[in-house]
Design a protein around this ligand. Structure first.
Ligand code: ADP
Ligand code: MG
Length: 692
C-alpha cells in the first residue's frame, strides 16, 4: 500500500521556491543532492525553473503518474491543492506545512477538509506538520524531507511522529557511521499512521531493525496487533518518553494509584515483544548492533581485550544485565595457551596484551566462535602505536562477517589519528563504541532481545467451572443501583463465581448477627466495617483481627458503631488467617487493551515497597509465572529462614482466573485483592474491592 510513498518514481513540490533558505527549495535540493532516481517537478505559478529544473505552473500541467506531492504552502491553500492532486491522480501527499490540528479548532477544520478530499480521491496523506520520508535504498534515493542528515544506505529504519527526535536519532547513526534505510516522521499523522508504517517496514526486506519513538499511543489496539505481527519477523526497538506526566486521575484503590504513570505503553511493548528503552542513546547504540549482528542464542559472553580496566567495566555492566562469563573450554584454553604470548591471560576475559598482534586476536575470535561455551563475543580494542592496528581491525571484520555469533567492539582510540582503523571497522559493519559501558549495553540489548523472543508465554487458560452470568447479574444490579463501588458480599460473590478462594465470611447487620455468625464459623474471627463511605477500613478503625470469643466480637462491633458514623454500616465476619504472607493482585481498565493486571507484595508492603508488576490481560500461564517470579520480593515467595514457600501454582491459577474474570466482565473499572493471604498450601483473599 505505501510502496509508492516510500519508493516514489516521481515527486512534485507544490510551493517550490527559488529562495535558497525555504523548505520549498530545500526539498528539491535534497532530492537532487541525494541522487533521487526518479523525476522532480517543481510547481510554482511564477517561475520557469527552480534549481535548474523545469517548473510547472500547476500540478494539473505536470506530467502524469505522480507518486508523491510535497505541499509546502500555507494551510488555507491545502484543501484546493488536494482537490487538484485528486484530479491529477496523485497517489501520496506529504504536507510539510503546519497550521492544522496542532494549532486549534480552526486548523483542525482545514485538516478535516483536505482529508475528506484526499479520501474522495484515494490519496494517502503523510503529515501534515511533518518532515517527510527518506529512502536510502540505492535504487530509490528518495529524500522527501527538508532536513539535512544524509544517511549512508543501511539496515535500520526509523519511524516517529516527532520530527525532532527522529532527526536526533538519524544524526546519531550518521555520526556513528551507521547507515539507515527508511526514515519516516509523520507529524500530525492524520492519515498514514505509525502502525501502518511499521507494517510496511516489517515487509521491507531491506529493513533489518525498526527503531521507533513514541510519547503515547493513539490507537493502542492497532499498534499492539501490528507490532506483535512485525516483531515476530524482525527486531523492533522502541522508546517511550513522557514518563513523568501523571496520565490517569488519582484513584481510590492501590492499583489506580500505582498505575498512575502511563504504564500501558510499556505493557504493550512487552506483550508485543518489542525491545524497550528508557534512554535514546542506549536505543541508538543497540540498534547499531542489531543492524549488522546476528541475535545471540543465549547470555554467555566471551571477552577479548588488550587492556585490563575497560574489560572490568564492561563485565560489570553485562553481568548486571544478566549475562554470564563462562570459562574457556579446555580446547580453547589449550589452543590459546599455545598461540598467545606467555604473559597473556588465558581466561575469560582473555587478555592478549597491548602488544598482541592481529594473529592473536584472530585466534581468540575464531576459538570463541567455535567454543560452545559462548553465545556472543565482546572485543575491547585499544589502538597502541606499536602494533598493526589496521590488521587487527581487518581480522575483527572478517570474523564479524561470518555472522556466527554477534560481536560488539569497544574501540578505544583517537578517531582522528586512527582514521583507517575506524573506517575498516565501520565499513566492515562491526558495531563500535567509544566507551566500554556503551558497548556492554549494546551487547546486553542483543541478549535481552533473545530472551524476549525465546520466552514461552504459554496458553491463556479458560476455566469452565465459572459462573459468568451470576457475576454479571451482581455487577448489573450494582450499576443500576448507582453504586460505583461494590459491597463486600457482592465482591466476594463475584470472586466465588470464578472460584477464586476467599476466606470464609458472613454479613451481619448488628452485634447479635455477628455473634451468631462467629459462633457458626468458629474462632478466631475478624470483624470488618462495610459501608459505601468506608474505603480504607483499617484507617478508620474498621478492622478487628484475631477475635478469640463472643465477647471480643461484640466489643469490636460496638466500638465500630461508635467510631464509624455511616448509616449503611454493616459488619463482615471473616475467618482469621493466623499467619501468612500478604500479597496483592489488582487490575485497572486500559481503554481498548483490556486490563493492566497487577501482582506484588500486599498489605502494608504495597505503599512502602511498591513491589508490584503489571501485565496486560489476557494473562497466559507463562506470563503469570513470569509476573510472580519477577517481583523483587520473589525470594519471600520461595520461603526464607525455614518458612515454607508460597504455593505458586495456586497463585498462577488465581492470576489466570482473575484475568478471565476481567475479560468476561468489562464493566469493571478497577479491582483490588489486597491482601491475598498465602499460608501453608493455601492462598485466600481476605479483602477485595471492585469499582464499576
Ligand atoms: P483495609 O485494606 O480496608 O484496611 P483489610 O481487610 O485489608 O482492610 O485489613 C487490613 C489488614 O488486616 C490486612 O492487610 C491484614 O493484615 C489484616 N487482615 C484482614 N483480614 C484478615 C484475616 N481474615 N485474617 C488475617 N488477617 C487479616
Ligand atoms: Mg485491604
Amino acid at each position: 500500500m505505501l510502496e509508492s510513498l516510500f519508493r516514489p518514481k516521481t515527486v512534485a513540490v507544490i510551493g517550490a521556491s527559488s529562495k535558497e533558505l525555504s523548505i520549498g527549495n530545500r526539498v528539491i535540493k535534497n532530492l537532487v543532492d541525494f541522487g533521487f532516481k526518479g523525476d522532480v517537478f517543481p510547481i510554482n505559478p511564477k517561475a520557469d525553473e527552480i534549481r535548474g529544473i523545469k517548473a510547472y505552473k500547476s500540478i494539473l500541467e505536470c506530467p502524469d503518474n505522480i507518486d508523491v506531492v510535497h505541499m509546502v504552502i500555507p494551510a488555507k491553500f491545502v484543501p484546493q491543492a488536494m482537490e487538484d492532486c485528486g484530479k491529477k491522480g496523485v497517489k501520496n501527499v506529504i504536507i510539510n506545512s503546519g497550521g492544522f490540528s496542532e494549532t486549534g479548532p480552526e486548523g483542525e477544520a482545514i485538516e478535516n477538509d483536505f482529508l475528506a478530499k484526499a479520501k474522495q480521491y484515494n490519496i494517502r496523506v503523510f503529515g501534515p506538520n511533518c518532515q517527510g520520508v527518506i529512502n536510502s535504498d540505492p535504487e530509490i534515493r528518495a529524500y522527501c524531507n527538508f532536513t539535512f542528515t544524509k544517511p549512508d544506505p543501511g539496515f535500520i529504519s526509523i519511524v516517529a511522529l516527532s520530527g525532532g527526535v527522529a532527526e536526533v536519532i538519524h544524526q546519531a547513526f550518521s555520526q556513528m557511521g551507521v547507515g539507515t534505510r527508511i526514515y519516516a516522521s509523520n507529524g500530525n499523522a492524520c492519515d498514514v499512521s505509525i502502525p501502518e508504517i511499521i507494517r510496511y517496514l516489517g515487509d521491507d526486506d531491506g529493513t533489518r531493525v525498526i527503531v521507533t519513538y513514541v510519547e503515547g499511543l493513539r490507537d493502542a489496539t492497532t499498534f499492539m496487533n501490528v507490532a506483535t505481527e512485525v516483531a515476530a519477523k524482525k527486531p523492533i526497538l522502541a522508546m517511550k518518553a513522557g514518563r513523568t506526566m501523571e496520565g490517569a486521575k488519582a484513584a481510590a484503590s492501590h492499583t489506580g494509584g500505582l498505575a498512575k504513570e502511563d504504564i500501558a505503553t510499556d505493557l504493550i511493548f512487552k506483550k508485543a515483544g518489542i525491545l524497550s528503552f528508557r534512554d535514546e542513546g542506549e536505543l541508538i547504540q543497540a540498534a547499531a548492533a542489531f543492524a549488522s549482528q546476528p541475535i545471540p542464542r543465549g547470555n554467555r559472553v566471551g571477552i577479548i581485550t588488550n587492556t585490563g580496566g575497560p574489560a572490568v567495566i564492561a563485565t560489570d555492566v553485562m553481568v548486571a544485565a544478566g549475562l554470564t562469563l563462562p570459562p574457556l573450554s579446555q580446547k580453547t584454553e589449550k589452543l590459546l595457551t599455545e598461540t598467545l604470548f606467555p604473559e597473556a591471560s588465558v581466561n575469560n576475559p582473555v587478555d592478549v596484551l597491548a602488544t598482541g598482534p592481529a594473529a592473536h586476536y584472530r585466534s581468540c575470535l575464531d576459538a570463541m566462535m567455535e567454543d560452545d561455551n559462548f553465545d556472543c563475543v565482546f572485543v575491547n580494542f585499544v589502538t597502541p602505536f606499536f602494533v598493526d592496528n589496521e590488521s587487527i581491525a581487518k581480522e575483527i571484520v572478517e570474523v564479524s562477517k561470518q555472522q556466527k555469533k554477534p560481536i560488539v567492539c569497544n574501540l578505544m582510540t583517537d578517531r582522528r589519528q586512527w582514521t583507517e582503523v575506524v573506517k575498516i571497522l565501520q565499513e566492515g559493519g562491526v558495531p563500535c563504541y567509544a566507551l566500554p559501558g556503551e558497548a556492554a549495553r549494546a551487547m546486553s540489548a542483543l541478549v535481552r532481545y533473545n530472551t524476549i523472543r525465546s520466552r514461552r508465554i504459554g496458553d491463556v487458560k479458560t476455566f469452565s467451572d465459572v459462573d459468568t452470568s451470576a457475576a454479571m447479574q451482581i455487577l448489573d444490579a450494582a450499576k443500576s443501583a448507582g453504586k460505583s463501588s461494590l459491597a463486600a458480599e457482592e465482591v466476594y460473590a463475584i470472586l466465588s463465581a470464578y472460584n477464586i478462594p476467599v476466606a470464609d465470611w458472613r454479613m451481619a447487620a448488628n452485634a447479635k448477627d455477628a455473634l451468631n455468625a462467629a459462633n457458626n464459623m468458629g474462632y478466631p474471627v475478624v470483624i470488618k466495617a462495610d459501608a459505601q463511605s468506608v474505603v480504607h477500613k483499617s484507617d478508620m478503625g474498621g478492622v478487628a483481627v484475631d477475635l478469640q470469643d463472643g465477647t471480643a466480637v461484640s466489643a469490636a462491633v460496638e466500638s465500630m458503631r461508635k467510631t464509624i458514623p455511616a448509616k449503611d454500616l454493616r459488619f463482615l465476619v471473616q475467618k482469621f488467617i493466623p499467619e501468612g504472607l500478604e500479597l496483592i493482585m489488582g487490575a485497572k481498565a486500559e481503554e481498548g487493551l483490556g486490563y493492566a493486571l497487577m501482582f506484588g507484595l500486599g498489605g502494608i508492603y504495597v505503599e512502602i515497597m511498591k513491589d508490584v508488576v503489571f501485565s496486560l490481560t489476557p494473562v497466559a500461564s507463562g506470563e503469570a509465572a513470569e509476573m510472580i517470579a519477577s517481583i523483587k520480593g520473589a525470594p519471600l515467595l520461595e520461603g526464607v529462614r525455614g518458612k515454607k514457600g508460597v504455593n505458586t501454582e495456586k497463585l498462577i491459577e488465581i492470576t489466570q482466573r482473575l484475568s478471565q474474570l476481567l475479560t468476561d466482565l468489562p464493566a469493571i473499572q478497577e479491582m483490588d485483592l489486597n491482601p491475598l493471604m498465602a499460608y501453608g498450601d493455601q492462598v485466600v483473599v481476605v479483602d477485595a474491592r471492585i469499582n464499576v
